[in-house]
Design a protein around this ligand. Structure first.
Ligand code: TRP
Length: 476
């Protein structure tokens, strides 16, 4: 038994505020940038199907598990796990789970802000173009007029070596994130989510309709939904699971942290369902937004991480009103990224407040500044530091720069480990009565959820973790 940690005094003003903030945390670069990229690289249909399976059978039960730890523990992720462990008569060592999650959130924030910086840059380029043509009397022009496709694609390479520009964008984004989190749960996080998320949804639907009419929608649908199971290799499955966890912000303290601000009256199970459903829906709609445009101009769906930043701007050049739509597209990604980075920063910030007694602005500053510094190493690794290997001794990271190593290590190692520990903790160690009353589930539904958390989630996550990290075990 250990002493309970200080509990939070902050809270959401309504259930909807919580849903919006949690959906805001879940919906981010992961949905609009990473999901289409990975689906493209891993062959489309089969990957998407396997991904949806991961969401329903592993992700959804874990979303509920994490929120309930937060609400039962009423502290930061570390403190909440410790409190629930204490209440269940278990070792304080379980706080390690909270630690893994908070550190994961902190590390993700560092490179997330760099990518969000690219988004700001492209929103700026497209915006300048749109407003330029607007004032020149040709508001419906394509984007980046007068540039060849090569020049447009070259932009990303130029951006990656332009250290002052990358640094400026990274600073702006981290600065905004800090400013929101420093204002608190009610005045900062909740306000940002209630403005940005509805705007995000409107833009998402509008651009998808645009693509459906003007792009190659049929090919996009065929690509995303026709499965070819030969493409579903062990590393692809590991990627899909890692992406499902990343996308729902699992294993990275967001849901535990936000869960602590949820009132006792809120029913957690339907709320968890809404979060998982909205997140997956947005990922698939994002695919249906991006691929019709990609196919319309004959680009490669498997372009990888450059898909959104290199291929799409070239596509927007050839599309009607491309500068306007391109501008709105990057504004949309910016909104999604901001509501996520807010939650990434809130996780360590709430630890500093609850466990160190720091004021909110001080805690937010300490963590945003240190994540900012690590982010600088990430952005330097795009050019001058590209040869530095953080985990070079490990085969899957032997070829990756600092940026990809932090991304890969959090996504492929830390999030699955945290998911595994969460399933074991909630399924096997936490007090069963406490868990049952927190879920609000009864009878068969509770039994089903418990089965998924106790058995399916830990076994599936463990298998995929082992085979994904050591592909040699499968003999290929
Ligand atoms: N879910 C976010 C996205 O899809 C990324 C993310 C992972 C995240 N873990 C998080 C966001 C924790 C907030 C908190 O972009």
């Amino acid at each position: 038994m250990v002493a309970a940690t200080h509990t939070t005094s902050e809270g959401w003003s309504s259930r909807w505020a919580f849903v919006l903030a949690a959906v805001g945390a879940a919906v981010g670069l992961g949905n609009v940038w990473r999901f289409p990229t990975l689906a493209g690289e891993n062959g489309g249909g089969a990957f998407v199907l396997f991904y949806i399976g991961c969401v329903v059978l592993i992700g959804l039960p874990l979303v509920l598990s994490e929120i309930l730890i937060g609400r039962a523990g009423r502290s930061d992720a570390v403190g909440s796990v410790r409190n629930v462990a204490a209440e269940s008569g278990r070792s304080g060592g379980w706080a390690t789970l909270g630690w893994v999650e908070v550190v994961a959130a902190f590390l993700i924030l560092s490179f997330y802000s760099v990518v969000a910086g690219w988004v700001i840059y492209y929103a700026g380029v497209m915006g300048r173009d749109f407003f330029g043509t607007l004032f020149a009397g040709a508001p419906f022009a394509g984007a980046l007029q007068g540039e060849t496709t090569e020049t447009i694609q070259q932009r990303m390479g130029d951006l990656f070596t332009n250290i002052p520009l990358l640094l400026a964008m990274h600073t702006v984004f981290m600065g905004i994130t800090f400013a929101v989190v420093a204002r608190g749960v009610h005045d900062g996080i909740e306000k940002a989510a209630t403005y940005l998320m509805p705007a995000f949804f409107v833009l998402l639907i509008a651009i998808t309709i645009y693509g459906a009419f003007l792009g190659n929608f049929a090919e996009a649908v065929a690509f995303l939904f026709t499965p070819d199971f030969s493409k579903l290799t062990a590393p692809a499955m590991n990627t899909a699971l890692g992406q499902a966890l990343f996308s729902m912000s699992l294993g990275s303290a967001a849901l535990m942290t936000y869960g602590a601000y949820v009132s006792r009256e809120t029913k957690l199970a339907p709320t968890a369902g809404m979060i998982a459903f909205a997140d997956t829906g947005v990922a698939i709609i994002a695919g249906l937004m991006i691929f019709p445009i990609v196919f319309a101009v004959g680009l490669d769906p498997a372009a990888g991480p450059t898909l959104v930043f290199q291929s799409l701007p070239a596509a927007f050049q050839q599309m009607p009103a491309g500068s306007l739509v391109g501008f709105l597209f990057f504004v949309l990604i910016f909104f999604a990224a901001l509501t996520s980075s807010i939650s990434l920063l809130e996780a360590p910030t709430s630890w500093g407040i609850n466990e160190r007694g720091w004021s909110r602005p001080k805690s937010a500053f300490i963590f945003s500044f240190s994540a900012f510094v690590i982010g600088i190493a990430c952005l330097l690794s795009l050019s001058v530091w590209s040869d530095i290997r953080l985990l070079g001794f490990w085969s899957i990271f032997a070829e990756t720069n600092i940026f990809d190593t932090i991304d890969g290590f959090t996504g492929k190692v830390m999030l699955p480990v945290a998911a595994l520990l969460t399933a074991i903790f909630v399924g096997w160690r936490a007090d069963r009565k406490l868990v049952e009353s927190e879920t609000g589930l009864e009878g068969g539904l509770f039994g089903l959820w418990r089965f998924l958390v106790c058995w399916l989630a830990p076994i599936a996550v463990a298998l995929i973790l082992v085979f994904g990290l050591f592909p040699g075990l499968l003999g290929n």
